[in-house]
Design a protein around this ligand. Structure first.
Ligand SMILES: [Zn+2]
Length: 107
């Protein structure tokens, strides 16, 4: 007796697309704004609020880890296994990053 039908709601589909963007590139750290930008470039029609909600849900589910930098910036870490963070403020870079990973290089 399932009268619902109509296919999947757009919300979960968007969240899935965000998941692909997030986890499809290996371990990395990114802010909600960075993911939002990637989603926009990938033509995933999401709002920044949806990005935030999704990131928070994934964090609650244990799939992401939140890393605060400076108490002002929150990065989301796709690597939830134990590893060191060494954030270099002067270069705006993560020690666990390769240079090609979409982090803004301008300090
Ligand atoms: Zn990390």
């Amino acid at each position: 007796m399932n009268a619902a039908g109509g296919g999947p709601a757009p919300g979960p589909v968007k969240r899935m697309a965000l998941g692909w963007l997030l986890f499809g590139k290996g371990a990395r750290h990114l802010t909600a704004e960075m993911l939002y930008e990637e989603a926009t470039l990938a033509k995933v029609p999401v709002s920044l609020a949806t990005v935030y909600n999704t990131l928070n849900q994934l964090t609650d589910a244990g799939l992401l880890r939140q890393v605060s930098v400076d108490g002002t910036k929150t990065y989301f870490d796709t690597n939830v296994s134990a590893h060191h963070h060494f954030y270099l403020e002067t270069t705006t870079n993560w020690s666990t990053f390769g240079p090609a990973s979409g982090v803004a290089e301008d300090a």
